[in-house]
Design a protein around this ligand. Structure first.
Ligand code: DAH
Length: 352
């Protein structure tokens, strides 16, 4: 028996619907429409009961053929749709490995950090320890233990931020000297440098900042002489400003050293002839130093009859300004990336 007209129409329509289904959901709907419990093919089966007995098997077979054809077409369409979906996904997730990568901006060392580390490296190589101190310090260690009693006029040299009568923001890194010596119970040797931030009630201008950086140095042992200080500082000057540099000591005054000196280095720009960097003098002042005052040794528990020492205090801000030709100390602390990026550029070129 041939398929009834209704049957072949239904099959044609089903094939059209299957081909028009553009995704799995639509295809599922088509499946339900034809093959579901209330679907059209299932509906054809229901006519069976109205047919004469001898036509039933053939009719049943015809309906089954229609069902099988539809099932098969759905399956094929499903494979096609799945492949389309995968192709689309692969296309959208394609990575072009030949594209140049995005540049990752990595930072560079701050010029001050660079200067401090350069100085640290030198002293570590000479067997010094690096010691940290407190930025919020007791008046005792900031002044008294450094031979600056309460009434001492030299306290005015360092206008301070007081927090209470006895506590202040340290005005220099020298208190680390006193604290470190005190911990050693009168036993040398002590060989330390102490880098860190210090604070003074200065008005900020091109050469002053209320917060700046210092590095303190201290050596205490038996038989330490002024010549040891001089040799050490000569080495430092060469490290920072070049092999040909010389130093010059001028008498000065600090309450915690006796004798005290200001230390100048021969100008790295004009080699001592006189230029704008050294203000035509041929020399640039870089630090203060001296032999540790017997009172300072005694207060920290060292016997000045047995031990002697030298100390120095230098400002990495000024050193970095000189080295890199920076005209305003505030650039170090305002952290404008345009300023900082210049150091990155010269680092990239391998110039520093
Ligand atoms: N503390 C001094 C200052 O801030 C610098 C200094 C000078 C430190 C001489 C020293 C020294 O240890 O011996 O001005």
């Amino acid at each position: 028996m041939a398929q009834t007209e209704a049957m072949s129409e239904l099959k044609q329509q089903a094939l059209v619907d299957i081909n028009e289904a553009n995704n799995e959901k639509e295809l599922q709907d088509v499946k339900v429409k034809y093959l579901g419990k209330k679907g059209s093919v299932t509906g054809l089966m229901k006519h069976m009961k109205d047919l004469p007995k001898e036509e039933k098997p053939a009719y049943g077979q015809q309906v089954n053929e229609v069902r099988q054809t539809i099932e098969q077409e759905i399956e094929e369409r499903q494979t096609v749709l799945a492949k389309e979906k995968l192709d689309k996904q692969l296309e959208s997730e394609t990575i072009d490995v030949t594209l140049p990568s995005r540049r990752i901006d990595i930072g560079a060392k701050h010029p001050l950090t660079r200067t401090v580390e350069e100085i640290e490296d030198l002293f570590l190589g000479l067997g010094y320890e690096i010691v940290d101190g407190y930025e919020v310090e007791e008046d005792y260690y900031n002044f008294e233990a450094l031979n600056l009693p309460k009434s001492h006029p030299a306290r005015d040299m360092q206008d301070s931020f007081y927090i209470t009568d006895e506590i202040l923001m340290r005005t220099h890194t020298s208190p680390v000297q006193a604290r470190t010596m005190e911990k050693r119970n009168g036993q040398g040797p002590v060989k330390i440098i102490c880098p860190g931030k210090v604070y003074r009630r200065d008005s900020d201008d091109a050469t002053h900042s209320h917060q700046f950086t210092q590095i303190e140095g201290l050596v205490v042992d038996k038989g330490i002489k002024m010549s040891d200080l001089k040799g050490t500082l000569a080495l430092l000057a060469k490290q920072l400003f070049g092999e040909d540099r010389e130093i010059r000591l001028r008498p000065s005054y600090f309450p915690f050293t006796e004798p005290s000196v200001e230390v100048d280095v021969s100008c790295f720009k004009c080699n001592g002839k006189g230029c704008n960097v050294c203000k035509q003098t041929g020399w640039i002042e870089i630090l203060g130093a001296g032999m540790v005052h017997p009172n300072v040794l005694r207060m920290a528990g060292f016997d000045p009859e047995v031990y002697s020492g030298f100390a120095f205090g230098l400002g990495p801000d000024r050193i970095a300004m000189l080295k890199y030709g920076i005209e305003d100390i505030r650039h170090f602390y305002t952290n404008d990336v345009r300023f900082l990026n210049q150091f990155k550029a010269v680092e990239d070129r391998g110039e520093i």
